[in-house]
Design a binder for this molecule. Structure first.
Ligand code: ADP
Ligand code: MG
Length: 684
């Protein structure tokens, strides 16, 4: 027998070729797609008594026409139609706009359904929808009607009718695909019932049960994908089992200028344990700004090299690549470890040398931007990729590497701590390590919010810090629409700052500088040759100058919370007390709230929690960069408990051997197999 996902929507009565084409635009090709095209809300046509309805509320009532309708026309097309209708013990006035064709149908005594806004003072209903149930036209009366996302020539009414038709023709063929034991354990409605009811719920309770089932299904299948990917990875066992002696690591740690914190030691151990395994590491390291992730990366890269392989450190900007290059060279000085930079701004000749060095194994560690692991880059034996300050190292990049015959361990580091909800959604396929504490002796960064009118005093503060030998950043915002304007802003601010401090040296950093210009500006600031650095957000991530203790952010209301927190994280990286000053006159309520969060706390986990609260889950991350999926029915925050349950179930299931072989799970395995996530993977 044919399956629903093999039957074209054309087979449904009423779907013409042009309609079929339009449905494709909604991602609907087969009957299965259409049946799974769920409504995003319902319109309520359930009948209520007017005595229960509040002034101004939208309501549906049932009544009888009493008296003749009155029509008033305005101009050529506009009209107002009124008619008395008896509803319970009330005689109300029903008002329609531009529905003059109803005039003839409003016959005294006829039963009528009215949906609209109730105005108690005037005993009036402004009608948005009406129906005559007596004459077989009661499609909506008393029901909840699904509302679909529609467009083009596909109307709400057409969609409702067509989906109902699809259910009539094919509903019996809808199959359960969740494992029976889960359906039982969670008392889930069967798939066929649930789908039927999500499109046409009989009442709210049924609708909710249907929704609960389908939300669970959606979240479970999503988690199953992540967990299956993780389990496959474990089973595959074709990664590199790094041979790492603990003693080697201990000796290296002893050469560091500081003692590692307990949190750093803990995550290093977690990472090394993964690296020693023959399966591929896929681990996320979360740690607030300034928590000391770089040295963790350095130690793990060192471990890979000592085990006879190569390492790559991938970062989002060239400034960061330069900085990491320098700190690795410092850390690995005299150890016979060769580190090379590979970024877009190398000369052709230099680039060729580096590529050759990597391919022949003369270079041990490559530091660079994204292109590092792609294109024409080949390593002799790539053992570890560390991705810094990047949200996610996707499955796609992994398969790029795998296709090149490389199967390195991957460590992704992020300073954007995300709430647990998000973490298990976005990173369900990764193991997570977290650094909670900052290095000993770090003082919390004091944060102030001042108006532009206080700028004189801010300048006084800069002078005070500089006189103590410290340094200052001044950030001017980046307006994404116009890089040219930004650069002009930065230059203006730079000139002003120079005029305010004729005796100090001021640096300027923005996106239009060449890589080597940026490098020399950062080097000068790094060694305190310049005391004040005027910069755009190019310094947002990762930049590390511990002697800088003052961060001034101009027009701070233009930044989002996580960006503000990142920028603030450029100070507080040494033993000195650091300060952050937000210069802002926010006009919006949310702008003021952001300033308040910043002055309330300097804990990144708390900042992101409040950020989520202010913005809501939809906006929390630009969905693009976060890799967070968009769910059809599920809501990551409201359905959080279901999400956790689904994750637990998916993890349990994929850990069982019979999941991969038993007939019982064949259906759900098929669902996995169809997912692009698993392209080229062998599931059984
Ligand atoms: P992030 O986690 O933001 O990447 P970094 O790795 O840049 O932080 O570290 C911030 C600063 O703290 C650096 O100057 C680094 O040398 C220093 N640091 C890291 N670990 C320690 C430690 N255990 N004790 C003292 N300073 C440390
Ligand atoms: Mg960092």
């Amino acid at each position: 027998m044919m399956k629903l996902d093999q039957i074209s929507v054309r087979q449904i009565k009423g779907v013409s070729a042009p309609k079929e084409q339009e449905l494709h635009a909604f991602g609907v090709q087969t009957v299965a797609d259409l049946i799974d095209y769920f409504p995003f809300r319902y319109e309520d046509y359930r009948i209520r008594e007017l005595t229960d309805v509040k002034e101004g509320e939208k309501v549906t009532v049932l009544g009888h026409v009493r008296g003749a309708p009155v029509l008033q026309r305005y101009g050529r097309t506009k009209s107002r139609l009124t008619c008395k209708v008896e509803v319970g013990q009330w005689l109300v006035t029903a008002v329609w706009f531009n529905r003059q064709f109803l005039q003839d149908q409003l016959v005294t005594g006829r039963e009528i359904m009215l949906t609209g806004k109730w105005e108690q003072q005037r005993l009036q209903i402004t009608v948005s929808d009406s129906e005559f149930p007596g004459s077989g036209g009661a499609a909506k009366t008393g029901t909840l009607q699904p509302v679909y996302s529609v467009g083009g020539s596909i109307t709400q009414a057409w969609m409702r009718k067509t989906i109902r038709q699809a259910m009539t023709q094919y509903g019996v063929m809808i199959e359960e695909m969740l494992p029976y034991e889960l359906v039982q354990r969670h008392e889930l409605m069967g798939r066929r019932d649930a789908v039927q009811r999500i499109h046409l719920p009989d009442d709210t309770k049924e609708g909710q049960a249907a929704r609960r089932r389908l939300v669970y299904e959606e979240l479970f299948l999503f988690q199953l994908k992540l967990q299956a990917y993780r389990a496959l990875n474990r089973k595959r066992n074709d990664g590199i089992a790094h041979r790492i002696e603990s003693e080697t690591i201990r000796q290296f740690a002893a050469t560091l200028p500081f003692e590692l914190t307990d949190a750093q030691k803990k995550v290093i151990n977690e990472i090394l344990t993964d690296m020693r395994r023959s399966s591929c590491m896929n681990r996320l390291l979360q740690g607030d700004v300034g928590s000391g992730k770089t040295v963790v990366a350095a130690i793990t890269l060192y471990a890979a090299v000592k085990a006879g392989h190569q390492g790559a450190l991938m970062v989002p900007t060239e400034i960061l690549a330069d900085q990491h290059m320098r700190s690795l060279q410092r850390l690995f000085a005299d150890m016979g470890i060769e580190v090379a930079l590979l970024t877009g701004s190398l000369t052709e000749r230099k680039r060729r040398d580096v590529l050759a060095g990597l391919q022949m194994g003369m270079i041990d560690i490559a530091v660079g931007t994204h292109a590092l692991i792609q294109e024409d880059v080949f390593f002799r034996s790539l053992g570890l990729v560390v991705v810094d300050e990047q949200h996610r190292f996707g499955v796609n990049q992994r398969s790029v590497l795998r296709r090149k015959g490389m199967n390195p361990d991957v460590l992704t580091m992020t300073a954007t701590p995300i709430p647990r909800t998000m973490a298990i959604t976005a990173f369900g396929d990764m193991d997570v390590s977290t650094i909670k504490e900052r290095p000993i002796g770090r003082k919390p960064i004091k944060t102030y919010w001042v108006k532009h009118s206080m700028m004189e005093r801010v300048l006084g503060f800069i002078r005070k810090e500089v006189s103590k030998g410290r340094q200052t950043y001044i950030i001017c915002p980046l307006i994404e629409e116009s890089e040219k304007l930004d650069v002009q802003n930065a230059i203006d601010l730079y000139v002003q700052t120079q005029q305010s401090f004729p005796d100090l040296r001021v640096g300027l950093l923005h996106g239009r500088l060449t890589a080597s210009e940026k490098d020399s500006v950062m080097s000068a600031f790094g060694v305190n040759e310049t005391q004040v650095l005027v910069a755009t957000t190019v310094v947002e991530v990762g930049v590390d100058v511990p002697n800088a203790t003052l961060m001034i952010i101009m027009d701070a209301e233009r930044f989002g919370l996580s960006q503000l927190h990142q920028l603030r994280g450029r100070v507080g990286r040494g033993e000195h007390q650091s300060h952050c000053i937000l210069v802002a006159d926010p006009k919006s309520e949310t702008g003021r709230e952001r300033m308040k969060v910043m002055t309330d706390t300097d804990d990144g986990f708390e900042v992101s929690r409040r950020d989520l609260e202010i913005r809501g889950p939809g906006d929390f991350f630009g969905t693009k960069q976060s890799g967070l999926p968009e769910f059809r029915l599920a809501d990551m925050v409201a359905d959080y408990e279901v999400l956790e349950q689904a994750r637990e179930d998916a993890a349990d299931l994929t850990a069982r051997d019979d999941f991969w072989t038993s007939e019982v799970f064949a259906k759900v395995r098929q669902v996995l197999q169809k997912d692009p996530f698993f392209q080229g993977e062998q599931l059984d």
